[in-house]
Design a protein around this ligand. Structure first.
Ligand code: DOR
Ligand code: ZN
Length: 444
């Protein structure tokens, strides 16, 4: 055997322990993982000097925008941000302009993504108006249906239980997950009216509207719908301890539910709204210190299935609105997620193998991203090289994302992604993008 590339002197995480090995890459795939003496010869050799190699990260919650929202982000800038942050596959959310909710809209989006992306991209759809179309959407290759319970995005009214049950039943029959933004529309709207009438527009009012109560109400509702329909549900960006308690009991009852947390809900509290203002505004919002602790506790207990970034880029002027009700919620996360989590590994708060589980292995399983998400012979060669010792400061002005702000700006982190390989090719090297637009694949 003669490989295209051999990576020598690397450390990899195998069954929970770190071992020294070498990797041989042939075409787009990992041909062999073995001691150096057992590796094939290759036309290209890279000595990684004992650096750690991890499977490429699969970020299951990303808003890449483009099309009508290109001013916020596009497939090139967004996937450059991903490559820079060690993410080799992103799953793109459907709240776009136009909304992704038909085979036609998926096709158009994929066509643009195929030209511009340097990491792999897969797509979610919103529910179409005509539920018959769900079959075609799944056959095209969408990885799930995203349901915003906070407002209608797509063809189904989130207030209509019967319509939701019909769509969940179809999702179950088609064997694809329904992803949930768990905030209750009815509660949000009535609380908002009440507080607006009183003239409230501070952070406290925002938190009262986007409350833990609203999240739990929404989760209870979809758990019930999952139970009635058999649909697999995935709760996005779970932000409160009580929500996880409820998800844990649903799991124990055998309901087909998985859940996600974000680095910002794990690492920041609502105090950031006072300290940083609207930059730190996101939905669901940052919660209390106690919630943060409970998120970690549930992560340790294995209740949390995955960590995802919820990369939600906006133009800075959309964050700087005077009224809190007008502020665009969300901030970029692709370039901070892995450095922040590696920092937690360095602090001993989480093991490396658990991090791999949460950011590569489980997302691949839940969303059926085949032959990716683990370092195994025969799998696609999506992997990252990490320097666990480098200490550096997050500087959002240097982001590849168009959104050059972050609530983590200025924080010191320990651990850096130094190289990113996608489909056997080097796309990011020492923070320089060396991949070409179009090298990322559309995963269907
Ligand atoms: O903060 C958020 N931003 N929450 C959402 O649900 C949507 C997202 C976005 O698209 O900006
Ligand atoms: Zn989101």
């Amino acid at each position: 055997m003669f490989a295209d590339m051999v990576l020598e002197d690397v450390k990899i995480c195998l069954a929970g322990s770190i071992v020294r090995a070498g990797l041989a890459i042939e075409g787009e795939r990992i041909a062999r993982i073995a001691k150096e003496t057992n590796l094939p010869r290759a036309s290209k050799k890279i000595d990684l000097g004992g650096c750690l190699v991890l499977p490429g990260i699969i970020d299951a919650h990303v808003h890449l925008r483009d099309q009508g929202l290109e001013y916020k982000e596009d497939f090139f800038t967004g996937t450059c941000a991903a490559a820079s942050g060690g993410i080799t596959t992103v799953l793109d959310m459907p709240n776009n302009d136009p909304i992704t909710m038909s085979v036609d809209s998926l096709r158009r989006r994929a066509e643009i993504a195929a030209r511009k992306s340097i990491v792999n991209v897969a797509f979610y759809s919103a529910f179409p108006k005509n539920l018959e179309e769900m079959k075609d959407i799944v056959e095209w290759g969408a990885k799930g249906f995203k349901l915003f319970l906070s407002k209608q995005i797509g063809g189904v009214d989130p207030g209509d239980d019967e319509a939701l049950l019909r769509s969940f039943k179809r999702a179950a029959a088609l064997n694809v997950p329904v992803l949930i933004h768990a905030e209750d529309k009815e509660f949000l709207e009535s609380k908002f009216e009440e507080l607006k009438k009183k003239g409230c527009s501070d952070a406290a009012a925002f938190l009262e509207v986007h409350s833990v109560y609203s999240e739990i109400k929404a989760i209870k509702r979809v758990v019930k719908l999952s139970q009635m329909s058999g649909a697999q549900i995935h709760i996005c960006h779970t932000s409160a301890g009580q929500s996880l308690n409820f998800i844990a009991s649903a799991k124990r009852a055998g309901i087909n539910v998985t859940c996600e947390v974000t680095p910002h809900h794990l690492l920041l509290s609502s105090r950031e709204l006072e300290l940083q203002g609207h930059i730190a505004l996101t939905n669901p919002p940052l919660r209390s210190k106690r919630d943060q602790e409970l998120l970690w506790l549930n992560l340790d207990k294995g209740i949390v299935d995955i960590i995802a970034s919820d990369h939600a880029p906006h133009a800075l002027c959309e964050k700087r609105r005077d009224s809190i009700w007008e502020v665009a919620p969300g901030f970029p996360g692709l370039e901070t997620m892995i450095p922040l989590m590696l920092t937690q590994v360095n602090k001993g708060r989480l093991t490396l193998s658990k991090l791999i589980q949460l950011t590569s292995k489980r997302p691949a399983e839940i969303f059926k991203i085949e032959e990716r998400g683990s370092l195994e012979e025969g799998c696609f060669a999506d992997f990252i090289v990490v320097d666990m010792k480098e200490e550096w400061k997050i500087d959002s002005s240097r982001f590849h994302s168009k959104a050059k702000f972050s609530p983590f700006d200025g924080q010191t982190v320990k651990g850096r992604v130094v190289k990113t390989f996608v489909n056997g090719r080097l796309v990011m090297d020492s923070d320089e993008i060396v991949g070409k637009p179009g090298e990322g694949k559309i995963i269907r």
